[in-house]
Design a protein. Sequence first.
Length: 221
Amino acid sequence: MPRIKTYDRIIQASLELFNEHGERAITTNHIAAHLGISPGNLYYHFRNKEEIIYQIFLQYRSFMQTRLSLPGNAKIEASDMLKYLDTAFHGMWRFRFMFYDLPGLLARNEKLAEAYQKFVREEIIEILTRLFREFVKMEFIHTDEEEIETLVVNCWIIVKFWFAFQQTANPKDPITEETSKRGVRQVLSLLRPYITEQYKPLFSQIEAAFRSTHSTWQNEA
């Protein structure tokens, strides 16, 4: 097995430490010590912690782009809602430190803020809007164009701030995979009133999938 480059080891270790302890509690010295390298070796690859965080964001963006991309000519199925919700919250879990205090993280990193805002505006919102339009077209959900925009924004607000809300509401409880699943259920409860009669049985199956205690994410945390 080829050795992982120091550059990639730094990113991987930083993500693990940030997820476990929070980004603000971890310094570049902590990261270097965790890897058993000198701070100078770390600074050879990254000028500061903000650059490491930016590279982690690029991994998050790639993760989401790959899994949220809509099929070209392939038909969207109602059951695809499960896949897209799973991806959104799986991404949150895998890169969870970013969502503990996203406004603060963006305020401290101008380059990250610009890239994140562009990504959400030009890709996430666009993909979700197209997806909801397809759901309306196939009569999976019943709503109008104006309400689609509201639904998309409301869904993304839940995804974006779910961990921060949980930390504020239940500060003594750790953020876990189950926390992510509750976020999915929260989005589903938002969508439930818009589901058409013919698709309610399928929607109930989607809801049941996220009431299960079984996790498919354990190997990717």
